[in-house]
Design a protein around this ligand. Structure first.
Ligand SMILES: CC(C)(COP(=O)(O)OP(=O)(O)OC[C@H]1O[C@@H](n2cnc3c(N)ncnc32)[C@H](O)[C@@H]1OP(=O)(O)O)[C@@H](O)C(=O)NCCC(=O)NCCS
Length: 171
């Protein structure tokens, strides 16, 4: 069985090199809302200015980083936005994104006791939307905005729905 873990992203040389590499890939610059070129300095500044409620993770499989994702918590509303997920192009199609999203939803609902988790993505990003749909997130009708000249869509899942779909999930 695959040993997939999420750990907090750091400003170490290893994390910096990987994030700079991933974020500057052509697909990342098309699919992320922030299209700026990422440099070691901008990554280190990003890490240094993270607020405690912005949980930015490295996804590791058997101890090796394969991607990243984030959960940004609105403590007062007891909600969070999941996003900024990226799996190394050579590591795709192995279920790593699915497991990473499932783990993060579990953490958000069972540990942080959130009421709702939502995502926003470009409306033509079928791979990520197919993944979210398969995990039980549903489209928020009528909610959309324009980012970089393209339309986005919002999806959400409530704690109640998540519990119904994951009655046997303990971790
Ligand atoms: C989308 C992405 C995270 C998927 O990572 P992955 O580890 O390859 O995904 P998984 O192997 O866990 O696949 C999970 C599901 O995602 C969907 N999916 C993944 N790749 C897909 C593709 N090329 N086409 C259609 N659906 C796809 C499928 O529903 C798949 O489930 P299935 O295998 O049962 O059909 C990865 O392709 C990526 O990093 N893309 C670029 C970044 C991005 O779009 N981020 C989102 C910004 S909002």
């Amino acid at each position: 069985m695959v040993d997939l873990r999420l750990r907090m992203m750091t400003d170490s040389d290893q994390d910096t090199a990987l994030v700079v590499w991933w974020r500057n890939q052509p697909d990342a610059r098309t699919l992320f809302f922030n299209t700026d070129v990422v440099t070691p300095d901008t990554h280190r500044n990003f890490i240094a200015t993270r607020k405690p409620h912005d949980l930015v993770y490295m996804i590791e499989v058997d101890g090796q980083p394969v991607g990243m994702c984030a959960l940004t918590v609105d403590v007062k509303a007891r909600e969070a936005e999941f996003g900024r997920i990226y799996i190394d192009p050579e590591q795709r199609g192995r279920g790593y994104a699915r497991t990473a999203v499932q783990r993060t939803l579990w953490y958000g609902f069972e540990i942080l006791r959130l009421n709702r988790i939502w995502i926003e993505a470009f409306d033509d990003n079928r791979p990520i939307l197919a993944l979210y749909e398969s995990l039980g997130l549903t489209l928020i009708e009528g909610q959309s905005r324009e980012v970089n000249g393209r339309r986005t869509v919002f999806y959400e899942i409530s704690y109640e729905t998540w519990r119904l779909l994951n009655a046997d999930t303990s971790a």
